[in-house]
Design a protein around this ligand. Structure first.
Ligand code: GRF
Length: 193
């Protein structure tokens, strides 16, 4: 059994796609969805699918070891950050080195780092007249968006595109690729088609 734990802060459209993708896969179990926001819609989505849904506060995450202990207990094969906006504590990063991935809605190393999330990214892409953007899957280290890149997928930014247009195109790419990248990593067939 491959065990997956998801961290998310918000709506959870990617988490929903991931849940859907693995629903009938006997080899993969989504053990839990964890969020720093108790009201995050993503938690309701997990509950509706009978997946453990847990929220935590800053103290439980950074000062005490509650979340770390939970994770060690779950013993996941892969931890996925799907729109999780807090920086991972160092001890969690080092304990799960090579087992934690993030999805960023731009072509890193461009448009990454603290504060670069959601519309902030797409506005900057348009302001700089970029002709392409895309998504980056990368391992998580102690800095925002700086871990080793696993895969990037590019798309065109057309003249006249607004940040919202770019956001829509990025979302579609994310939904199409995220579950597949997770599947490949879990089943160790990354890059083999
Ligand atoms: C995604 O756009 C992803 O790139 C970023 O956070 C967003 C989460 O979106 N890391 P959703 O909550 O899955 O809709």
């Amino acid at each position: 059994m491959n065990k997956l734990v998801i961290f998310a802060s918000g709506t959870g459209t990617n988490t929903e796609r991931i849940i859907e993708y693995f629903k009938d896969d006997p080899e993969v179990e989504i053990t839990a969805v964890l969020s720093n926001k108790s009201t995050a819609p993503v938690l309701k989505k997990a509950e509706r699918n009978a997946i453990e849904a847990i929220s935590f506060d800053r103290n439980a995450f950074y000062k005490r070891d509650e979340v770390f202990d939970l994770l060690k207990n779950y013993d996941p094969d892969l931890i996925v950050l799907a729109g999780f906006l807090w920086l991972m504590p160092e001890r969690i990063v080092s304990h799960f080195a090579g087992k934690m991935i993030n999805l960023h809605p731009a072509l890193l190393p461009k448009y990454g780092g603290k504060g670069m999330y959601g519309q902030h990214v797409h506005r900057a892409v348009i302001a700089n007249n970029e002709e392409e953007s895309g998504i980056t899957f990368h391992y998580v280290n102690e800095a925002f968006d700086e871990g080793e890149i696993i895969k990037q997928v590019k798309m065109d930014v057309n003249a006249g595109d607004t940040p919202e247009d770019v956001a829509d195109k990025i979302k579609s790419l994310e939904h199409a690729y995220f579950p597949k990248v997770i599947n490949d990593l879990l089943k160790d067939n990354y890059g083999k088609e």
